[in-house]
Design a protein around this ligand. Structure first.
Ligand code: AMP
Length: 404
């Protein structure tokens, strides 16, 4: 029997579900959509049937993830792409935290669900929502293979010196404290696409990937394997982000508690939701920050400069970790679109062989492209990320392997 060719990708957040239906014969999108504000009166479902060129919106309360997925299933069915279609091969789920246990895409069964549940203490915001999405989808199609693709998996190759914090290993192990890293699906995809852009096999190249979106992380990828990444136990560590502080002296937290009188929850909210670019200047959208910088706004200028300073430090750090760097790849909302960020991040790094060509950097373009001068020792690239395609690809590869 030939394997069906469609994969539904589900990314279930705490109050949202993003989805894409792909045909793996040509990796094309058949439908894409988003359910937002689940559990509120003002929920919204936006569904686009790519093949029909048709977008529909539903506004009104959607009580929970089960209702959200049922609404998605109905929308897909209206386009003849329903979950009951024999063309559907599998559902691929994004799962944020796979701990040390999940090093690759995994076919979901009860044991897998239990293990994802056991990781909730290290991913309290994300794993419960991911689990709800999986359980609901399994309820709708219990017979269909469902695959978990973990944000942490790509980083499980990090050697111990990069993955460990310098604290008592007994305490660390008891509480599963180590550097896990996130955005792994994106780092995997972008590092591979960068190798392809250079006309090389991933095993031949060393790449620094800069995933700069609202969340942001850097990774050092040696011959296709991640050897370091900037996010740690949680996605709070590392680069300056839209609303997260990134790296901080841990004593800042004690200080805020003892001297500032703040509770642990208040500090958590401060560092995750009210810091980063937003905390520094009141905006977390790089477009708005650049507009303000261009108008001479000092607060926005300082926020931008702090963001760039941290980014540059990580480029230097990962250069040292890798020893030899073939390419630096910029990706995600900021990395793909903000030429001034790319220019500033590599400014002054000519000594490391890094430079951008102003014309290439400023030019618009959709696909992966080089923005360094032709003779550059280290190539600088813009490589659009595609996490949904990567999840679908990994899901389908596993289902195909199991069907042989
Ligand atoms: P992501 O999390 O990858 O969706 O990225 C979202 C972020 O990308 C937004 O918060 C903006 O800061 C940034 N962004 C999106 N489009 C642009 C643009 N054209 N120029 C600069 N920044 C952008």
């Amino acid at each position: 029997m030939t394997l069906p060719t469609r994969v539904l990708v589900l990314n279930s957040g705490s109050s949202s579900v993003k989805y894409q239906l792909l045909d793996m014969r040509d990796r094309s999108r058949l439908a894409v959509g988003l359910v937002e504000r689940i559990g509120e009166q003002t929920s919204r479902l936006k569904h686009t049937c790519v093949t029909g060129g048709d977008t529909r919106e539903q506004n009104g309360p959607i009580a929970d993830h089960e209702a959200a997925l049922k609404a998605v299933a109905e929308e897909l069915a209206r386009d003849g792409l329903g979950l009951d279609s024999p063309e559907l091969a599998a559902i691929g789920h994004r799962v944020v935290h796979g701990g040390m246990f999940f090093t690759e895409p995994t076919l979901i069964d009860e044991g897998v669900l239990t293990e994802i549940e056991r990781l909730i203490p290290v991913a309290p915001l994300h794993n419960p929502a991911n689990l709800t999405g999986i359980r609901t989808a399994r309820g709708l199609r219990p017979d269909l293979p469902q695959v978990a693709v973990f944000d942490t998996a790509f980083h499980t190759t990090m050697p111990e010196p990069a993955a460990r914090y310098a604290i008592d290993p007994k305490i660390a192990d008891r509480h599963r404290i180590r550097r896990y890293g996130f955005h792994g699906t994106s780092h995997a995809y972008v590092s591979r696409e960068t190798a392809r852009l250079l006309g090389k096999d991933p095993s031949e190249v060393n790449v620094i990937v800069l995933h700069l979106g609202n969340g942001a992380s850097a990774s050092a990828v040696e011959g296709g394997r991640c050897v370091d990444t900037s996010m740690g136990l949680t996605p709070l560590e590392g680069l300056v982000m839209g609303t997260r502080s990134g790296d901080l002296d841990p004593a800042v937290i004690f200080h805020l508690e003892r001297v500032g009188g703040m509770s642990t929850d208040e500090i958590d909210t401060l560092l995750n939701k009210r810091s980063g670019l937003f905390g520094l200047c009141g905006d977390n959208d790089m477009r708005e920050i650049r507009r303000r910088v261009d108008e001479g706004d000092e607060e926005a200028r300082l926020a931008f400069d702090i963001y760039i300073h941290r980014l540059k430090k990580y480029i230097g750090a990962y250069y040292a970790v890798l020893g030899r760097v073939d390419a630096v790849a910029f990706t995600a909302g900021v990395g793909e679109n903000a030429a001034p960020v790319r220019e500033a991040a590599v400014a002054g790094l000519e000594g490391l062989g890094l430079a951008v060509d102003a014309g290439l950097n400023g030019a618009r373009g959709d696909g992966p492209r080089l923005i360094s001068p032709g003779d550059a020792r280290v190539k600088v690239a813009v490589v659009p990320t595609d996490e949904e395609l990567e999840i679908a690809t990994q899901t389908y590869a596993l289902v195909e392997k199991n069907s042989r």
